[in-house]
Design a protein around this ligand. Structure first.
Ligand code: ASP
Length: 334
């Protein structure tokens, strides 16, 4: 890399046992088209000199609105057949952050997280107090029927039969028998959406949003709203967003570990991310992946599962979208 930062955006729609045999070409096309369209929208905003913060907010809210992904509409169900969503956003320039957990009705949890960051003195809000604050902020709310999708409900029934808590894309494979959307394999359980961006001004931002894990206990909160675990951004190092077994990302503070390696050891983004995802997470029984962009614009997207829905783009260049591990596209440091 010549040292000049290169703006860019990367997004993910969750990682897990995404099996080629469990996903037909129509489903594959639907996922890739959605990922591409959304990364193009984020990149266009950056091309217009929009901020990284606005780009990740836009990309994640579009992913939340798309029922293919486990966040916003299309969120997975708890064991009580309720929807409980978590989200976080972080501004790398100021290192301000906002997050919400266990929200049930706010249409776009990422915008809720941003409202907490910008309009409250707090970082993380939960429960009825959070919903009340968000209503006061004028954020759109939806009935539970808006979030209810048949394929997620089918996943819950299967997870209940198997008495397991499942990452979305693992649970998703369970519903492919019905030829509905959402492909992953039977004995795993993931799904979450996220975006990271570097804007033309050299500022970084990250956002992550999820419905959590299928058949989770009501009240369970994962890594997504935990800074340094599921979402992190710091202009000195990188912007990062995670997907996978939340408990492992929380216990290992995976994203902060990557940023700390860059900052204190001078490790490259790619090396630090690879080390944490491939070597550290498995020590915590963690499966999943991360997307990241550093302050120079290097992008990396390692994952230790069969697949991760992902895409990236730089203003003025072509969009890249992929699902499986053998579609490796990580940008080499340049
Ligand atoms: N990390 C999310 C959680 O634990 C789930 C996922 O990414 O699949 O809630």
């Amino acid at each position: 890399m010549d040292g000049k930062p290169r703006a860019g955006i990367a997004i993910h729609g969750g990682a897990g046992t995404i099996l080629r045999t469990a996903i037909n070409s129509e489903q594959e096309h639907a996922y890739l088209t959605a990922l591409r369209d959304i990364v193009i929208a984020g990149s266009a905003l950056l091309a217009d000199d929009g901020s990284a913060l606005d780009a990740v907010t836009l990309a994640v809210s579009l992913l939340e609105d798309c029922p293919l992904f486990n966040a916003g509409k299309g969120s997975v169900f708890t064991s009580a057949a309720t929807i409980e969503m978590d989200a976080a956003i972080m501004d790398g320039k100021t290192r301000r952050a906002g997050a919400v957990a266990c929200v049930r009705q706010t249409r776009n949890p990422v915008r809720a997280a941003r409202a907490v960051m910008e309009h409250s003195p707090h970082v993380l809000m939960v429960g009825p107090g959070a919903e009340e604050f968000l209503r006061q902020q004028g954020l759109p709310f939806e009935d539970s029927s808006y979030f209810h999708t048949e394929h997620r409900h089918a996943q819950l029934q299967r997870a209940r039969q198997m008495a397991g808590i499942m990452l979305d894309h693992d649970a998703a494979n369970l519903s492919t028998q019905t030829q509905e959307i959402a492909p992953l394999a039977p004995d795993q359980k993931l799904g979450t959406v996220g975006a990271v961006a570097l804007d033309m001004q050299g500022n970084l931002a990250a956002a992550t949003s999820t419905g959590g894990m299928t058949n989770k206990l009501p009240g369970r909160v994962g890594d997504t709203p935990m800074l340094g675990a599921g979402c992190y951004a710091d202009n000195h190092t990188a912007a990062l967003s995670a997907t996978g077994t939340g408990e492992a990302f929380m216990r290992s503070l995976a994203l902060h570990d990557i940023a700390a390696q860059i900052r204190y050891l001078g490790t490259s983004l790619q090396e630090a991310a690879q080390q944490v995802v491939m070597e550290q997470l498995p020590l915590f029984d963690g499966s999943g992946g991360i997307i990241a962009i550093d302050r120079l614009g290097n992008i990396t997207m390692p994952f230790n599962t069969e697949g991760m829905y992902r895409a990236w783009m730089r203003p003025g260049e072509a969009a890249f979208a992929a699902i499986y591990a053998d579609q490796s596209e990580d940008r080499k440091q340049r």
